[in-house]
Write a protein that binds this ligand. Sequence first.
Ligand SMILES: Cc1ncc(COP(=O)(O)O)c(C=O)c1O
Length: 499
Amino acid sequence: MHPLARLDHQYVWHPFTQMRDWLRQEPIVIVAGRGPWLRDVHGREYLDANASIWTNLHGHNHPRLNAALIRQLRKIAHSSALGLANEPASLLAAELVRAAHMPGSGVRPSHQRLSKVFYSDDGSTALEVALKLAYEFTRRTRGPASRPRFLSLQGAYHGDTLGAVALGHIPLFHQTWRGLLFKTDTVMAPYCYRCPYNRARPERADARLYRQCRWECIEVVARQLERQRRMRGEPYAAFVVEPLIQGAAGMIPQPQGWLTRIAELLRLHNTLLIADEVMTGFGRVGLPLPPPRQPDRAPLFACQLENVSPDFLCLAKGLTGGYLPLAATLTTREVFDAFLGRYEEFKTFFHGHSYTANQLGTATALENLRLLRTRASLRARLRLQQALAETLPALWDVPQVGDIRQVGLVVGIELVRDWTTREPFDLREQAGIRVCRAMARRGVLTRPIGNVIVLMPPYCTTPAQIRKIVETLMLACEETLGRPSRARSKSRVRKPSIR
Ligand SMILES: Cc1ncc(COP(=O)(O)O)c(C=O)c1O
């Protein structure tokens, strides 16, 4: 075993990892990266097919991000945001507000709703900030008798700090901590592939395309919002949603129009919308088709694709292009104003972190936004979106593929025991884990979510590399789950959906 792997085994405790299994085999120790590639201590190269847990945008070791980071390092690495402003944090806040502006809305960027930026460190803290602000804003606007409650989606994952965990609804991750948490409510997520209201028989196509329903999922939310008002005498403080696609829930996409309808309901019910775009932000959910010609007009956030303007926009992961931990919670002037007052009124938002608005992070994030605004980035994202749409249908030949869900540059492939009945694999069989291990042996790295294989490569990944990733997945399925049938399924393969 390599000495670094031995040190890891001796000292490091890995997140979301059964360490007994981890200690059974030599870990892959990464020493370098370039573009979509990662290299380990033995010189083996791997395609980073999940962009280092959904963080990396433009590829590793990007010359412009490196240069921005080094430029900032020559000036200063960090000074506190408690009592001091700093150069890249001020510039970045203005750029984030501009990016969150709804292109084509007719509203001038200087008049837009999301106009204040609170920095923190990662996705979980971005959600904590939104949660605390929404809680206190609700009490201040509705009065001290208000008991703000939160609603989030079935299968929701919003991070691992306790407030974020309280918003989560994945029993495997969240049940253990129940005794530490405040109560939140959950409501059905639009999971077309396994929706009880979808009357369609399984087909070899993304379930959103062939579903047969009457949008009952919206009625369910409407009833839940009504019930809260009736039973507790006031609406929910906020509904927390990952717009367009839920990530850790299993890459569960919403049918087009779901978000718009939900936003309308929330407005009627005087309930705030907290958009968790930790995963979906910064172009991940792709471009509208046909794409805008001007990079400046290309939406960077999932909410923008449905013309929805949330009350809170939580950003992390891709904010620095996958370089450094940094997060931002954007909110409205209305929320900001509720925290203004004379000092002795103590309306201050008493919350912050030592590294809030760190200069290395904010300088890198600023360059990341500039990169996203280039024609080259727009072209690369479009090319990747199309390469995925053209390559993924080959996976319908794999009998264990039940659903292929692509939202822009995010893909979830749900493995099932029997696609004709949607019968799932028992989690204890570790179908997803075994398939990903077999992919790693062939030079492609990703992590499953249960039985769902995630593909979310950096934007610089080429069509040829996408083909390699998909072929590797097919071979890995064959090796671990059994041979695919020779003939393509008789069932019709529909044209892929790309958002
Ligand atoms: C949608 C979403 N929100 C929040 C988080 C938490 O982010 P972090 O791991 O940076 O705390 C994640 C992490 O995967 C996420 O996917």
